[in-house]
Every structure is written in structure tokens, then in C-alpha cells.
Design a protein around this ligand. Structure first.
Ligand SMILES: [Mn+2]
Length: 432
């Protein structure tokens, strides 16, 4: 039996929100995950499915973050088998990458197929040169690959043809692959089709995937752990982690483990519809957030506030920067991000009408929305829109001004409604 830890997309050296803590968050996720699930669990080896680093050109801190843990793994006698991802792969035409260097320095084994004039072949690990396409660890053979991007669909059959003669009889064969997989991302880029992927199943017992930042499993055979930390707020909401795997004679028992150090995120929606002006809205938003985070949080969360509703003022008038500073000063919140999903007052008129809506309905909706822009009349928007239409009809019917005024006064039963707030009858006639 072998026991191993499969991780991917660690993105060491990542920078977010200009916060030093965000960079170290990714280090702590990597450190705590390896300590808990590799060293304490006494795994036989660790697999890295690509994107160890967030970029090709890393800074010294990111190199430290990587090497500190490789030293620990080395001391524990746990080898690391890795491939490059799209973030940290070598530059086209260059023979150098940080992963190659780490491999030469004996921190990891970077597994790369040999490529000569477009022909892919696999060579066994050369412990002198510290390079190779596959490597044996006791009863297991592990194959590497590269990031092929949009060409993955074309390259995969060639890759498989190159692997096939090298499959190890009577052993468990593992392959590392950094790729998009069809159906796992809602992005309009050509992803690897599931049927192409399943071709590898003939001979490969465990496909160790990387690249997509959420976990998924295909046929208890292809495993994608997702990013260790959340690179975006949306990723925080996804199920991610590492796979702790036991394998006996091709039988895979993989467990997604997630109980390691990660930054906490909090989410709120805040509806701004009911505020007539920006100062009050800012004050209420600030009060709400200060109350929410008044207790001392052990963890310093990153907070995302989605602003919703229909605005009665320009959103730029909200004092978001001041709210941010105050919250960060008075509470343990690490960072606050505002997501503006409000409907600006100037775009809120008849915005959702289907094409082909009859003119009468369209007119009614425009009037209702115009009236509703003023919070004082919002609740009575339908009633007042009808009143305006009545006035228009009477005007077009040739009623004289005196009669119109009478009719208007009759219907304006609410004392707070003043006539000057309504469009004049002449305006309506001119714009018909
Ligand atoms: Mn990637």
C-alpha cells in the first residue's frame, strides 16, 4: 500500500489587495497542510499538480516559502513529485524555470515528458541529471506532463501514446496533469473533453489533476483538489483542499482534507434602496458593519459587502473609503471589499422590459420608474403613474386647464404630495 498527499495550485508569492498578510496566508495554508497531512500522516510522497508559484518570476520571499517546507519534507524523508502549471511554467524557448532549479537542487522531482520537434517521449528519471518523465517509488510509477493550454485536446492522445509503452506492469500508475476539464468551469475556453480524459483510464490508476481552483472527482479516478487557499472571494465559496490517498493494487481510497489554516471570509448584502441620500446610507452601512464586527474575532476575516438596491443618489457619493478605514481601525477585520451591484438612478427607468412590450405598458413602466426614483413617492408609484396617464388623456381630449386642476386635486388625497413634484401636463403633451 502507498499513502500520498495530492495538492495543487498553491500559488506561493501571490499578491492580493496590497496586503502582506494575503501573501503569507498562502504560505500558512501550504505549511499547515503539509505539516498536518504529509508529515504527521507519514505519507510516502507528495504530489504537486502544478502552479506551486503564482508566477514565473518569483520574489525571494516566495522561494523561501517553498524551500522552508521542502526542507521539512526532506527531513521527514518524504519526496515530492511535481509538474509545472500555467502560472509557473518555463518561458517558451527557455530552459530555465524555478521548478527546474528546485529539481536540480534536489528539493523536488520535476517530471516532464521529453519533447523533440513536436514528438513527445518519456524517459525514466535520471538521478544524475535530476530530470525525467516518470519515476518509480516502490510499487508505483508516476508520470509527469506539461501545461498544454488550448492544445490539450490535441496533445493528450499523443501524450497517452508516449506513456503507454512505459506503463509499469503489476504496479500502480499515476499521472500528473494540469488542465481545464470540460464541465468544471463556466468559461468560454476550449476545455479538455471528459471523453478524451477518460482515454487515460486504460493504464493509469490515479490521475492527479491541477489547475481548476475547486475540488472535483471523475469516476473515483481523476482527482482535482483545487487551490489550497482562495485566490478570489468566489473561490472561498468552493469546496477545495488536498487529497490524502491510500492506494492498494490500483484501488484508490481518496479523502478530501480541508482542516488546515485558511483565511476566513465573511459576506454580506446591504440594500441601499431605502435611503434618500448618500450621507445617511453611508452612516447606516458603517453602523451595521461596526456592530457586526464589534466582538473580537479571533480570526481576522476579509469582508465582502455587496451593495444592492435602487439608488436615489450617485454611488460615488457613498463614503466607502472612510467606512473601510474606520472598520479596519476599530475592529479586527483585515480587509473590506465593496461590490457595487446597485441599480443607478439614471438607468433604472423601464430597464427590464421585454422587447415587443406594447406601448401602453412601456409608458406605464417608464412613469412608474420615474416616480419611484423619488423615495418619498416610491410606494405610491403605480397610483401616481395612473394619475399622470389620466391627466395626459384629459389634456389630449381638450379639457381646459381649470378642469384638469380640479381633477388633479380631487385625486391627490395624500397631503404630502405637492403638485410641483409631478411633471406638468404641457410637458407630457409635448413629449407624446
Ligand atoms: Mn493553473
Amino acid at each position: 500500500m502507498v499513502k500520498f498527499l495530492h495538492i495543487s495550485d498553491i500559488h506561493l508569492g501571490i499578491k492580493r489587495y496590497g496586503l502582506e498578510q494575503r501573501t503569507t496566508d498562502f504560505f500558512y495554508a501550504w505549511k499547515s497542510c503539509l505539516e498536518k497531512y504529509a508529515i504527521e500522516e507519514k505519507v510516502n510522497f507528495v504530489l504537486i499538480g502544478g502552479d506551486l508559484f503564482d508566477r514565473r518570476q518569483i520574489d525571494p520571499q516566495a522561494a523561501n516559502h517553498a524551500i522552508v517546507m521542502f526542507e521539512q519534507l526532506k527531513a521527514a524523508g518524504i519526496p515530492v513529485f511535481a509538474i509545472e502549471g500555467n502560472h509557473d511554467q518555463r518561458e517558451t524557448g527557455s530552459n530555465f524555470s524555478w521548478l527546474r532549479s528546485l529539481s536540480k537542487w534536489r528539493f523536488i522531482h520535476l517530471l516532464e515528458p521529453h519533447q523533440d520537434q513536436g514528438q513527445i517521449s518519456y524517459l525514466p528519471w535520471d538521478s544524475e541529471k535530476k530530470e525525467g518523465g516518470y519515476i518509480d517509488y516502490e510499487g508505483v510509477r508516476i508520470f509527469g506532463s506539461r501545461w498544454y493550454g488550448v492544445t490539450t485536446n490535441n496533445v493528450l492522445p499523443q501524450l497517452y501514446e508516449a506513456i503507454r509503452p512505459n506503463l509499469r506492469e503489476g504496479a500502480d500508475n499515476i499521472m500528473l496533469l494540469h488542465t481545464e476539464v470540460e464541465g468544471q468551469l463556466n468559461r468560454p475556453i476550449p476545455a479538455l473533453s471528459a471523453s478524451k480524459l477518460l482515454q487515460l483510464k486504460d493504464g493509469i490508476n490515479y490521475l492527479a489533476l491541477g489547475h481548476i481552483h475547486k475540488s472535483f472527482v471523475i469516476n473515483n479516478w481523476a482527482f482535482n483538489p483545487g487551490s489550497l487557499e482562495a485566490a478570489t472571494i468566489d473561490e472561498y465559496k468552493e469546496k477545495r483542499g488536498a487529497y490524502l490517498v491510500e492506494m492498494i493494487e490500483g484501488k484508490v481510497n481518496a479523502r478530501l482534507v480541508q482542516d488546515y489554516t485558511q483565511r476566513d471570509f465573511k459576506f454580506f448584502d446591504f440594500d441601499l434602496s431605502k435611503f434618500e441620500e448618500a450621507d445617511l446610507a453611508s452612516k447606516k452601512l458603517s453602523e451595521f458593519l461596526l456592530k457586526e464586527f464589534s466582538e473580537n474575532f479571533e480570526k481576522q476575516p476579509i469582508v465582502e459587502v455587496t451593495l444592492t438596491g435602487r439608488l436615489s443618489f450617485k454611488s460615488s457619493l457613498l463614503k466607502l473609503e472612510a467606512i473601510k478605514s474606520e472598520l479596519k481601525e476599530k475592529t479586527k477585520v483585515l480587509e473590506i471589499i465593496f461590490r457595487n451591484e446597485t441599480i443607478p438612478s439614471e438607468y433604472a427607468v423601464a430597464a427590464n422590459l421585454a422587447s415587443g412590450t406594447p406601448r401602453s405598458e412601456r409608458e406605464m413602466q417608464v412613469l412608474k420608474d420615474l416616480v419611484a426614483q423619488n423615495p418619498r413617492y416610491r410606494e405610491r408609484a403605480t397610483e401616481l403613474a395612473n394619475l399622470i396617464l389620466d391627466m395626459k388623456r384629459l389634456t389630449l381630449g381638450g379639457e381646459d386647464a381649470e378642469k384638469l386642476l380640479e381633477a388633479l386635486q380631487e385625486q391627490l388625497t395624500y397631503p404630502k404630495l405637492s403638485l410641483t413634484d409631478l411633471p406638468s401636463a404641457t410637458d407630457l403633451v409635448e413629449n407624446k
